[in-house]
Ligand binder design. Structure first.
Ligand code: ATP
Length: 272
């Protein structure tokens, strides 16, 4: 396939939990090397989108293509095989969900490579390389996740996502649980990854965190994708009323003072 073909193409995706419609007709494409920020308030369906793309919840309608392969109707076994190939990786908000608490950092990092048949010595070399890439000392390799700080754990989770050289990494609120210093460090690492050509889907409720990293921003509101455009355009000329409210609530982004009256007017429009 040509190099500008999308790595991830979601078309008309619907996801239901029983009778609850969590996502409705969502379409999104991510090209090689692109960072797409997915923004939305709590309960809007952001994590459901991540779960659907990782095969953790089934699509009730629509289509998901990963690197040109239609994975929409994959069986559990096919998903396992796809994950094993390491094409698509993930980092969750809580690093303890991305890391096995009983595995040392070294084992966590080399496990995906051993599964792929990489020789142990080569896997350990690569694990050290990835740890350096997230600015961690390799003296941490022998520790368990419980022996690391929250910020260090999240960097290990990013390193683990990187070891298989994935085409796409989905990051679901990767900095929300971190303090300001660790948040900045992770965001800097994500910028480096983007510069290295890894496609990233960066899910967050915080427009400010995403705006500095993403090439494009997609906005989900009540299970629907209501806006999708280049970051600069979305911030300077938001089209949907919910995006306008988000932007006006983040005054640092537009270097303007908060206009309370405008925010109130937008809220009224949104809930009208
Ligand atoms: N396993 C589930 N069973 C039933 N409903 C669910 C389940 N998981 C999520 N939901 C519902 O689906 C909707 C979307 O949830 P989702 O977790 O995708 O939102 P979110 O935008 O990621 O929220 P948050 O930012 O709080 O994580 C919510 O109304 C939620 O209550």
């Amino acid at each position: 396939m040509s190099s500008d073909a999308p790595l991830l193409q979601i078309s008309g995706l619907d996801v239901r939990y029983g009778r609850r419609h969590a996502l409705r007709d969502v379409s999104l494409r991510v090209s090689p090397g692109e960072t797409v920020g997915v923004i939305g308030e709590t309960g809007s369906g952001k994590s459901t989108l991540a779960r659907a793309v990782l095969g953790l919840v089934p699509a009730s309608a629509g289509q998901i293509l990963v690197d040109g392969e239609d994975v929409t109707r994959y069986t559990k076994r096919q998903w396992r095989a796809l994950r094993r190939r390491g094409v698509i990786q993930y980092v969750f908000q809580d690093p303890l969900r991305s890391l096995d608490p009983e595995l040392t950092i070294s084992d966590s990092l080399i496990e995906p490579l051993l599964v792929q048949g990489v020789a142990r010595g080569d896997a350990v070399d690569r694990a050290r390389l990835m740890l350096a890439r997230v600015q961690l000392d390799d003296e941490l390799l022998g520790r368990l996740p419980s022996g690391l700080s929250g910020g260090q754990r999240q960097r290990v989770a990013v390193a683990r996502a990187l070891v298989t050289d994935p085409a796409v990494i989905i990051l679901d609120e990767p900095v929300s649980a971190l303090d300001a210093a660790n948040r900045v460090q992770i965001l800097e690492i994500l910028k480096d990854l983007r510069a290295a050509g890894v496609a990233l889907i960066f899910i967050s409720h915080d427009l400010g965190s995403v705006a500095g990293v993403a090439d494009r921003i997609a906005v989900i509101y009540q299970g629907e994708l209501v806006e999708d455009g280049p970051t600069h355009r979305v911030i300077t000329a938001p089209e949907h009323v919910y995006t306008r409210l988000l932007v006006s609530s983040a005054p640092m982004l537009r270097a303007a003072t908060v206009d309370r009256a405008e925010r109130q007017a937008l809220r009224e429009l949104l809930h009208a």
